[in-house]
Design a binder for this molecule. Structure first.
Ligand code: MG
Length: 367
């Protein structure tokens, strides 16, 4: 049967206010940028995606790369995996990472979404999996705030979807401050609940050696990114000094970085980011790597698409839940008892609110 042709694309960027501003070691953000891509097939089916490239001033350049890459696929029969291979070959000239990879991911997700919609199946079923709720933790807060603020926020975050698992940000000025922050949150949780933590790369290797030893008896589910993401050998060495599992991966740019990290034994588990790993195609390859190295795989941001992908990831562990995109969505995904529900809709099943896009649209760059 002839495949439908990819005929059109639209791309728009918005800068959306966050319900709870991010106060992290890597920066403070009151808003979060989204690039929304929609591609259309000649049979009228469309597919969409959103990516969040952190820095709003880079949305326009990334839009430009998306539109340029799209020329490779225009008027071609829809074939998401083949398109990814074509795209990544093209990127060899620019580097298989960074904003070029983000642009390929934006297209890849939209192509897969269109492919699943064309098959009239939810994405996870189109990929050969099945629908079920996905274990999640609420990651939408617990930034570098004081203990009273953390206690109040932990209560709110648990209620948002009856979550039992939360993630706190650590890496304050000293160990004692981190311990007080953990205590404030723990007091709002049951003893069996999982508390995860993220250092957002703030510690030096030598600081981490001491700090992680001081936190190793806290029963934290994992230590996430204590040191800069590219210090893969230092991660491997840190692991030898602690018993709490070490996790990294949101900064893997494509399978090259994921492979290197797994080869070096940098973490006990990995957590690819849908955008940086190269979209759905990049994720699927990384899920196979995690299986080969028998490492648990958790997700980073992008809960909707990630939930589908966790259903076809053999070593799937935790889904990171944030609702930062919900104001943009006509029908946001729902959380029940700490599990994210995948809706019975074709594709990923996301539709965007035009009035919200219009209100927060990023203006064109004026030179
Ligand atoms: Mg993180």
């Amino acid at each position: 049967m002839p495949r439908p042709l990819v005929t059109a694309i639209s791309v728009v960027s918005v800068d959306l206010p966050l319900q709870r501003p991010i106060v992290s070691a890597v920066g403070q953000y009151a808003k979060w940028p989204f690039i929304i891509t929609e591609i259309t097939l000649d049979n009228g089916t469309s597919g969409n995606s959103y990516i969040c490239p952190y820095l709003v001033h880079y949305t326009k350049p990334i839009e430009g790369v998306i539109l340029e890459l799209f020329k490779l696929f225009e008027n071609k029969p829809l074939a998401p995996n083949k398109f990814y291979e074509t795209g990544i070959r093209q990127l060899s000239l620019l580097g298989r990472s960074g904003i070029a990879m983000y642009a390929l991911a934006a297209l890849d997700i939209a192509f897969w979404d269109a492919s699943a919609k064309d098959a009239d199946l939810p994405l996870c079923e189109h990929l050969g999996g099945s629908i079920a709720d996905v274990k999640a933790y609420n990651s939408g807060g617990l930034w570098l705030l004081n203990p009273d603020q953390l206690a109040a926020e932990a209560k709110e975050l648990k209620k948002e979807g009856d979550f039992s698992s939360l993630k706190i940000r650590l890496g304050r000025r000293n160990l004692d401050q981190d311990l007080k922050a953990i205590e404030a949150v723990r007091n709002q949780m049951s003893p069996d609940d999982d508390l995860l933590c993220d250092f957002n790369q703030v510690l030096s290797f030598t600081e981490a050696l001491q700090r992680l030893k001081g936190l190793d008896d806290q029963g934290l589910y994992w230590f996430e990114e204590p040191i800069p993401y590219y210090e893969l050998r230092n991660y491997a060495e840190l692991r030898q000094n602690i018993t709490t599992p070490l996790i990294l991966g949101e900064n893997f740019h494509g399978i090259d970085h994921a492979t290197l990290s797994l080869e070096l034994g940098s973490g006990d588990a990995i957590m690819p980011d849908l955008m940086r790993i190269g979209g759905i195609s990049g994720w699927l390859k990384t899920a196979a790597l995690a299986e080969a190295y028998t490492r648990p795989l958790s997700s980073h941001l992008y809960p909707e698409v990630s939930a589908h992908l966790m259903r076809v990831t053999p070593t799937a562990d935790y889904l990171e839940w944030v609702n930062w995109g919900d104001p943009l969505l006509k029908e946001p995904y729902q959380v029940r008892d700490g599990y994210l529900s995948i809706p019975e809709r074709p594709g990923v099943g996301l539709e965007f609110k035009q009035d919200v896009i219009d209100r927060y649209r990023v203006s064109p760059v004026v030179p």
